[in-house]
Design a protein around this ligand. Structure first.
Ligand code: GAP
Length: 446
């Protein structure tokens, strides 16, 4: 095969592939969908879980200074009063009086003419629109029972700071991590799963003493997160760590970095890393009247630790993995014929299927039984596998499109030499590997 040429994927191609192969579907599609909500199909659910597991393993399981947490989605509304979300968590919006479409003011290039219907001077005055989704708790739908679906998971951690450090016997520097759903009533959801109304965040709140080493701790987290994206194969030239200027940061933040990926439509934020000082704990102490400070046994003094936060969107990271992995290659086979293939070059750790096992022929029980036995053996050993049979060309094509790193074929020769053909996704190189050595072979590569 000649070297491949690569074209940049469009979002339409990503959306079509996601639907066709079962990664992501519009939510409640048979009823016309609902803007800003998506469902993860059989492969997408595994892909997203693998992304979350990769985050969790690195930031919780491999650290003795980070503990796990899982707070409720609905909390006392005062949480959101203290955090500022009730009063300030809003976007400026305007409506077009002709086509009735609604826009975020900061998304409009030209505020004199509606981008959807082209009318001039048809906009209403800008108004603030609070992004929190409301619900009612208890049997009465009156204002006393109004509550909010959390717009971030972080506040659940802050209000539990004392419960956690006391029960887990932790002292700063230490972190509290959680992954969970958040909700924002975005005015203009869009770009597929990039901006949704229900999404998942992975947040790490790292509390440090005010001992002059806080900026070093901030930088450590930035470097760690850089390594994480690179470890999972996100292309360096499509990732940037944008340093927020003083003007762009909230007044209380000492430093801030946005991690951005170059999507087909431009740069989009995946994660924000911020030095938030004592702002969050201070705000909850002020409104609740409860002391959330840390008591240092050595100095017998109370102090409020500083906070370094890393907040990553799991849907956006999953979308990044899909977009970044996608390649459409045109190559020429030995006869000079041009062939095209779509391949997702997922990192093996996050690929939904790691090894597909095929029987070369469908109606040959001796092949089918042996291939199925290999598949179930690998599955039991913890490899994410899939069994299939039939036309090998078509099977390879399907597995390339879902990003399976290895395809294993049990053919007629296998009956004699107890070897299978292993085909590697990216190079398309094939080699014969003995069935006995297969698990070890894959273990080394996955
Ligand atoms: N606790 C800090 C916080 O929530 P944020 O920058 O508002 O910070 C963090 O959100 C991350 O959550 C974003 O970088 C993004 O990845 C994700 N996120 C925020 N809004 C989102 C939305 N509407 N749809 C999908 N992901 C979203």
């Amino acid at each position: 095969m000649e070297p491949a040429t690569e074209k940049r994927v469009t979002m339409d191609e990503i959306t079509a592939l996601a639907k066709r192969r079962g990664f992501i579907f519009p939510s409640s599609e048979i009823y016309g969908g609902i803007g800003g909500f998506y469902d993860y199909g059989p492969l997408g659910a595994i892909l997203k879980r693998n992304v979350k597991d990769a985050w969790w393993r690195e930031n919780v399981e491999l650290r003795d200074d980070v503990v796990a947490f899982d707070s409720s989605i609905v909390m006392n509304p005062l949480v959101w009063k203290a955090s500022g979300h009730v009063d300030q968590f809003s976007d400026r919006m305007i409506d077009c009086t002709i086509c009735k479409h609604r826009f975020r003011v900061d998304h409009l290039k030209d505020a004199s003419k509606c981008p959807d219907c082209g009318s001039k001077g048809s906009f209403t005055e800008p108004r603030d629109f609070n992004l929190m989704l409301k619900t009612w708790v208890g049997p009465m739908e009156d204002t006393a029972a109004v509550a909010y679906l959390r717009p971030e998971t972080a506040q659940g951690i802050f209000v539990n700071f004392k419960n956690v450090y006391q029960s887990a016997r932790k002292r700063p520097p230490f972190g509290i991590a959680q992954i969970g759903k958040s909700f924002r009533n975005e005015i203009t959801p869009g770009n597929f799963t990039f901006r949704m109304r229900e999404f998942e965040q992975a947040e790490l709140e790292y509390f440090v003493p005010d001992d002059g080493k806080d900026m070093a701790a901030f930088q450590e987290w930035v470097d760690k997160r850089k390594r994480w994206y690179s470890d999972y194969g996100v292309r360096a030239d499509r990732l940037r760590f944008y340093e927020l200027t003083e003007k762009e940061r909230p007044h209380y933040a000492k430093a801030g970095i946005d991690v951005e990926y170059l999507f087909p439509w431009g740069w989009g934020e995946l994660e924000s890393i911020a030095h938030r000082g004592t702002y969050d704990l201070d705000a909850h102490m002020a409104l609740s009247g409860k002391d959330l400070r840390f008591f240092d046994e050595a100095s017998k003094a109370h102090y409020t630790p500083l906070l370094i936060e890393s907040s990553a969107g799991m849907d956006r990271t999953t979308l990044t993995m899909l977009v970044d992995a996608y390649e459409k290659e045109t190559s020429t086979d030995p006869t000079g014929k041009a062939t095209e293939r779509v391949v997702l070059r997922f990192h093996p750790k996050i690929a939904p299927v790691q090894a597909a096992v095929f029987a070369l022929a469908r109606n040959k029980p001796e092949l089918v039984e042996r291939a199925r036995a290999i598949e179930s053996d690998l599955r039991r050993r913890g490899v994410r596998t899939q069994y299939d049979e039939g036309n090998i060309g078509q099977l390879y094509r399907r597995q390339d499109e879902i990003g399976t790193p290895f395809c294993i074929v049990f053919d007629f020769d296998s009956l004699d030499d107890a070897k299978v053909t292993v085909r590697e996704r990216d190079s398309m190189q094939q080699e014969r590997v003995s069935v006995d050595a297969l698990a070890g072979y894959l273990d080394e590569k996955l």
